[in-house]
Design a protein around this ligand. Sequence first.
Ligand SMILES: NC(=O)c1ccc[n+]([C@@H]2O[C@H](COP(=O)([O-])OP(=O)(O)OC[C@H]3O[C@@H](n4cnc5c(N)ncnc54)[C@H](OP(=O)(O)O)[C@@H]3O)[C@@H](O)[C@H]2O)c1
Length: 257
Amino acid sequence: MSPALDSLQGKTALVTGGSRGIGRAIALALGRRGASVAVHYNAAAEAAFEVVGQIEAAGGRAWAVQADLADPSAAERLANAVRTALPDRTGEDGLDILVNNAGVGLRARLPDVTPEGFDRVLQVNLKTPFFLIQHCLPFLRDGGRIINISSMGTRAAYPEMSVYAPAKAGLEALTLLLASDLGARGITVNAVLPGATATDLNQRARDPELSRAIAQTIALGRVGQPEDIADIVAFLALHEGRWVTGQSIDATGGQRL
Ligand SMILES: NC(=O)c1ccc[n+]([C@@H]2O[C@H](COP(=O)([O-])OP(=O)(O)OC[C@H]3O[C@@H](n4cnc5c(N)ncnc54)[C@H](OP(=O)(O)O)[C@@H]3O)[C@@H](O)[C@H]2O)c1
């Protein structure tokens, strides 16, 4: 692809949960295409700095920013930290790409869910992204992108996702209405729905035997890798993705079709 067409040069991005797994691959994919990336992390500081180092080593710009997104006040603090850092870190004063990727899982059927577990999943996977968008909107530039990482658990029934799937479904509902609301500013809003992807969150997809069993439910015959998801996110962030908005985009290789 021609560099002129695929470039994110001059664009700025915030990737939540950019330290590990899918978020790490997204941060690297955006950085490789020229975006200046705020790599958000919570506990995995070393991993986040490694991602920053990789982007810088390839000639890009990146910095790490910490926040525990289970904390209800974190969305506002994270947005303010990024806004404040942007001019020094990037020479820009606005954000172009917000990727709400950080998420937590909870494998529990409805009878086994505690109010605390429910609140944590809703906080990290829905409430914090909601308020992060709210606090980033004042400095998200026209023509920008909001990309929310959901899950195929919103379109296929997995009973042990009794809290996780409804939280992600809420994120998709938010995606749709924001796409309508922000279209006048040229901002696109989409959700990307990974299937089984080999990360710390999904140890089953990493286990050789279990991943072979999961692969039998996937049309393309293997579990996903973080880069499979990151390339779809990168497409949405690029100029080439400008005409897609309000969509929940399957990123599963055809899982449980
Ligand atoms: N893997 C799959 O099969 C799969 C399938 C469907 C959807 N997804 C979705 O894809 C996204 C990424 O998942 P993943 O598989 O890459 O997970 P992962 O490997 O466990 O990584 C999770 C990321 O989220 C961050 N995070 C977790 N809790 C946080 C908190 N309280 N505050 C701030 N950051 C927090 C982590 O930061 P630190 O490490 O720095 O703490 C880490 O960077 C999630 O939204 C997940 O729901 C994954």
